[in-house]
Design a protein around this ligand. Structure first.
Ligand code: C2E
Ligand code: CA
Ligand code: CA
Length: 614
């Protein structure tokens, strides 16, 4: 970043052509790079055409002529002062010096001191008209130049420019749309920052379709369809925004649009214009497709925000926009913080699974409603992050479920729970344990087989293990899920439908699932305590589920009143803070010890939580 004084200086003095020329040169990233065969070929050709021992591609830096390619020259650079190449780019025309010694300016130049007498150079000029350097030939004898040779030198210079453009365009232009690439965006932002540091710009990321829509289209219509859509939509935008558009490709199905500071109203019109372009393109595709675009806008200060970070923030805003009605979102730091946390957790969970010492299973007692006896426990994962502290599974499990780590995590959960059951069995404490599994696990072809193997390995009766999964998970994996669940069921492992009443609970579909247990979600259970129609609904549900032969478990039982209401409905099992939250294994053992004692004293005693100090 430039010092504030430098900014002031730039503001006081208008940029000179030379400064811009230097920027153009440096942005090519050619200076001080290694020799390259493609340039050397042209230099060799020049030397052959002129039948001269020395030829070079020379670039004019601030104080030096640097040779990208050279033949017959030892130096890699010479001072710019008194170098004929410098004059070529000033004049932007071919310069021929038949004899250096005859020119006052060059008679005592470094080249002349090294015995050079002849010089001819043609300028290397960019499309924007900046002179970068020369294609030049030199000789140790005075020499004449024919018109044909002059033309050849110009042609060679054009060849060098074509090569420079080719190398520069590589990775900077999107081959499908011809738009500048994300790399170019980064460079342009850096360039603008040099000229206009501190000024506000807006980066608008347009995500033309949801990733799943893109994937689906790719599957059905192939990549050419998407390419043609991108080509058409970017052309549409190009036409609508005209000359001063700065549109770049940002990723798969995404563009980023860079604009100067504009007022609120203009920005709204601009976004409307973008939307119309998208609509117009969509309405003309054949076959018609349904793409939902979302737009994220990030204001940023030139020179203060790293361009890579600008892209990341714009992504974050566009992602957020998916959840808004208008499908438009402005970047906000709070949002970004949540996003960073999500990234961090995702990055760190892998480590946590591998090292194991940050994870443990906590066990929440499950109570038989009729007898008040505890009969089992649900294993719930706990993560103590070394820096962020306790992370709730409700926060990290949904994140993890978007990754391939689900397989590893569930494998760890099952293994840990089964080992714990074996350890408790040894201590004479036999109880049923349920574990939670994710949709993705049902897509693992060997899931059931591995589960059964783990049980055998630790000599655990399959009937004492229960798998909790949601209807949504089973629906998501369809046939695959049913296949795994049937094997699991055949082996004797109990399948429980978790969170019943939160999704699209469909009783007809439920019948296809080999489940023995239905766990009613806390929200449904609480309706039992209300004096309205929702209570009637839950009561009917109890009857129906019982008639269909399910064991019904109520989750989230916090009050004795609710427990009594559940008793009336002949609910089979209850779980909740009324009896205990989930406890680490040692505390769970303590809970069992304390409550067994109570039971010895009073057979009807209802289990209760350990005192807070425990
Ligand atoms: P879930 O399976 O529905 O688990 C019940 C959640 O309710 C647990 O939250 C539990 O601590 C909490 N809870 C229990 N009794 C009460 C109560 O009386 N009142 C209230 N308000 N809450 C109660 P937790 O442990 O934070 O787990 C949240 C969710 O994370 C679980 O919901 C489950 O979907 C998921 N999860 C937890 N452990 C695992 C795991 O090992 N694997 C997978 N795949 N998911 C897990
Ligand atoms: Ca559960
Ligand atoms: Ca649940």
């Amino acid at each position: 970043m430039t010092e504030p004084t430098a900014t002031a200086a730039i503001e006081r003095f208008p940029q000179t052509a030379e400064r811009r020329r230097l920027l153009a040169l440096r942005s090519l990233g050619l200076l001080d790079t290694a020799p390259s065969a493609s340039f050397d070929r042209i230099t060799r050709l020049a030397s052959q055409i002129f039948d001269l021992p020395i030829a070079a591609v020379s670039l004019t830096d601030e104080n030096r002529q640097w040779f990208k390619s050279r033949i017959g020259l030892e130096q890699t650079e010479v001072p710019r002062d008194k170098a004929p190449c410098a004059e070529v780019i000033e004049k932007k025309d071919v310069l021929v010096l038949r004899d250096l010694l005859q020119h006052d300016k060059y008679a005592d130049s470094l080249l002349a001191q090294h015995g050079i007498r002849f010089y001819a150079g043609a300028p290397l000029i960019t499309r924007d008209g900046y002179g970068l350097g020369t294609m030049c030939v030199l000789g140790t004898e005075p020499r004449e130049v024919t018109d044909d040779e002059c033309v050849a030198l110009r042609d060679l210079a054009a060849l060098v420019m074509a090569q420079i453009e080719l190398e520069h365009a590589f990775g900077r232009v999107d081959p499908v749309t011809g738009l500048p690439s994300r790399n170019q965006f980064i460079e342009d932002v850096q360039d603008f920052a040099r000229d206009e540091e501190g000024e506000t710009r807006y980066a608008t990321l347009i995500d033309f379709a949801h990733p799943s829509e893109l994937a689906q289209t790719m599957r059905v219509l192939g990549p050419a369809f998407i390419d043609s859509f991108m080509d058409n939509v970017t052309r549409e935008i190009g036409e609508a925004f005209g000359e001063d558009q700065r549109l770049y490709m940002a990723g798969n199905g995404q563009c980023i649009y860079l604009v100067d500071q504009i007022d609120e109203k203009l920005r709204a019109t601009e976004i409307e214009k973008l939307r119309r372009c998208i609509q117009k393109t969509l309405s003309s595709t054949n076959p018609p497709v349904l793409f939902t675009s979302s737009i994220g806008v990030v204001p940023f200060q030139l020179g203060e925000s790293d361009p890579q970070d600008v892209i990341r923030m714009a992504h974050s805003a566009a992602e957020e926009a998916r959840h808004c009605d208008r499908k438009l979102s402005f970047y906000s730091p709070q949002l970004d913080e949540a996003e960073r946390r999500r990234y961090r957790l995702l990055a760190d969970i892998r480590e946590a699974i591998r090292t194991e010492d940050q994870l443990y299973l906590a066990y929440q007692p499950r109570i038989d409603v009729a007898s008040h006896k505890y009969i089992g426990a649900e294993a719930l994962i706990r993560w103590t992050h070394p820096e962020l502290g306790n992370i709730a599974p409700g926060e990290f499990i949904p994140l993890l479920e978007q990754t391939s780590l689900t397989r590893e995590l569930t494998a760890w959960v099952i293994d840990t729970a089964v080992r714990q059951m074996a350890a408790w069995k040894k201590q004479g404490m036999e109880l049923n344990v349920s574990v939670n599994i994710s949709a993705e696990n049902l897509g693992e072809g060997d899931f059931a087989a591995r589960l059964i193997q783990t049980l055998q390995q630790h000599e655990i009766d399959p009937e004492t293990l229960e798998l909790e999964l949601t209807e949504g998970a089973i629906l998501k994996k369809g046939e695959q899920a049913l296949r795994q669940l049937n094997v699991i069921d055949q082996a004797g492992v109990v399948v429980a439908i978790d969170d019943f009443g939160t999704g699209y609970s469909n009783l007809a579909y439920l019948l296809d699932i080999p489940a023995g247990v239905v766990k009613l979600d806390r929200s449904l259970v609480q309706a039992l305590g209300k004096e309205d129609r929702s209570r009637t609904l839950v009561r009917t549900l109890f009857t129906t589920l019982h008639n269909l032969g399910y064991r019904v478990v109520a989750e989230g039982v916090e009050t004795i009143e609710l427990f009594e209401a559940l008793q009336k409905e002949r609910c089979d099992e209850a779980q909740g803070f009324l009896f205990s939250p989930a406890l680490a294994p040692k505390l769970f053992e303590e809970w069992v010890r304390v409550n067994s004692k109570h039971r010895e004293a009073d057979e009807e005693a209802l289990p209760h939580p350990l005192p807070k100090s425990a």
